[in-house]
Write a protein that binds this ligand. Structure first.
Ligand code: P5A
Length: 450
């Protein structure tokens, strides 16, 4: 993309009404624009990161064997009456009446609708296990929408639902989701720690939230610092292997890590004192096992091996896709702006032309642009007729992990400058070497085809 042809409304002034850094930078970098309280338009740069995150979620869901569907945002109240949640959900549920006086609602989650799909089409245990998921807009009429996309009223969520014959099978689905989520967050450059939590209006006994530690997080958390040493890395996991998934589950959830809702002071005190941490975190996902709560209420049964009908065991699993942008920025920024992890960056490298209009500099930038593009990477070329300082400030604010700076002086010696946004370190090298370095870096993230 050439910046001269892009739509990147970067703000000169820091927005005053934004209380946390991720909200401020998202507005300043021209990623989002508030439409009304807790409701945002996604401008090109923000939309691009949203799609990168969404792509990672889809890829990891596919690896776990989960199947993508798309359900409507507007649903019938009747379905929600069957489960008893139409009244129970309270003021967060946005209720809508259509022209025929039918009561409808804007989906805050979709346990009812997916259970209705299941009961209409699945009748035998032989069709199990089955996990259906979607990535779809949700609406919750939050009392205090705040911090931009962090606590929106409209927000983008991955919501998945497993259907299993037995509790044991459903617990495997729970463990499989935990493993898959660990991988998903790590690909986004995040450490998200599973913590024992409360199930709220979704219901059920077993539930873990995934929390990214951050001072600005809305949840208070209590944990054994040993949990922060755990990383999933590039282990090979067979998602159908019950023991393997259970082992990861045990490894990541045995040490003390709880939100304030489930915190137990006596248990916490058994953790060695120097490892006892009280901090704040951002909830970027949650997994639930709720057994037959919805299947019994809504008649979602299958014929078991003995021919008798049994209600299916279910769970649901959510990732806060739009909230993740805020969480990633909270975890990765400096005073000059965002620092995108390579896995989610909107563009893989910025090209800054120090002397637009100089035949040699222009040609060198065009060549770099073509080479990076041919290698399957997406560069953002600042080809505007602007001062170098302004170009650098924009690149720093929007946070591309790598910048190639091209100027007549360097070109005389056959070099350009490759700069890391994270460390600020620059290295001079031939343009081809800079391209080769970037191809190598992104190969480690399965990005590009160099
Ligand atoms: C699981 C999927 C559910 O709704 N039903 C379907 C279950 N879980 S949840 O924990 O309530 O939400 C899942 C994730 O969505 C994000 N989230 C939000 N993001 C932005 N603004 C909000 N107001 C908001 N509410 C929830 C969180 O990341 C949460 O973990």
């Amino acid at each position: 993309m050439r910046l001269s042809r892009y739509f990147l409304p970067v703000l000169k002034e820091s927005p005053r009404d934004a209380q946390i850094v991720s909200h401020r930078y998202m507005l300043q970098a021209g990623m989002i624009k508030q439409a009304s309280a807790g409701i945002y338009s996604w401008l090109p740069l923000g939309f691009k990161v949203l799609r990168r995150i969404e792509d990672i979620v889809h890829e990891e869901q596919a690896k776990a064997g989960h199947i993508a569907i798309q359900m409507p945002t507007i649903q019938s109240a009747d379905l929600w009456r069957e489960s008893g949640r139409y009244d129970a959900y309270g003021d967060e549920l946005l209720r809508i009446t259509d022209r025929h006086d039918h009561e409808m609602l804007f989906t805050p989650t979709a346990e009812e609708l997916v259970t209705d799909i299941f009961r209409s089409h699945v009748s035998s245990y032989k069709s199990l296990p089955l996990t259906l998921y979607q990535i779809q807009w949700k609406f919750r009429d939050e009392r205090r929408p705040r911090f931009g996309v962090m606590r929106g009223r409209e927000f983008y969520m991955k919501d998945g639902y497993n259907f299993d014959l037995t509790k044991e099978d459903a617990l495997h689905a729970y463990n499989r989701h935990l493993v898959s989520y660990l991988r998903t967050y790590e690909r986004m450059g995040l450490q998200a720690i599973p913590m024992r939590a409360d199930s709220g209006p979704i219901g059920g006994d077993d539930t873990h939230e995934f929390l990214v530690l951050a001072e600005t997080g809305e949840s208070e958390v209590f944990y054994d610092s040993a949990v922060t040493d755990l990383t999933f890395g590039d282990r090979d996991i067979d998602y159908d292997n019950v023991d393997q998934c259970a082992a990861v589950m045990e490894e990541f959830t045995t040490k003390y890590a709880r939100t304030d809702e489930t915190h137990d002071e006596a248990l916490f005190n058994e953790v060695p004192e120097e490892r006892r941490k009280v901090a704040r975190g951002i909830e970027v996902g949650q997994i639930f096992y709720f057994g037959t709560k919805y299947s019994e209420a809504m008649g979602a049964t299958v014929q078991g091996p003995d021919g008798k009908p049994v209600p299916v065991h279910m769970g649901s699993h959510g990732i806060g896709v739009s909230r993740l942008l805020g969480a990633i920025i909270e975890a990765s920024h400096d005073d000059n702006g965002i620092i995108w992890p390579e896995g989610v960056t909107p563009y893989h490298a910025g090209i800054v032309n120090l002397k637009q209009g100089d035949a040699e500099a222009d040609a060198a930038c065009e060549a770099l642009y073509a080479q990076l593009t041919n290698a399957g990477l997406e560069p953002l070329y600042d080809d505007r007729d602007e001062r170098a300082g302004g170009k650098f400030a924009t690149m720093d604010m929007i946070g591309l992990p790598w910048r190639i700076t091209v100027g007549p002086r360097g070109l005389k010696n056959g070099v350009v400058e490759l700069t890391s946004r994270k460390t600020g370190e620059s290295e001079e090298m031939a343009p081809e070497a800079a391209v080769a370095r970037l191809v190598e870096i992104y190969k480690a993230h399965d990005i590009g085809h160099g």
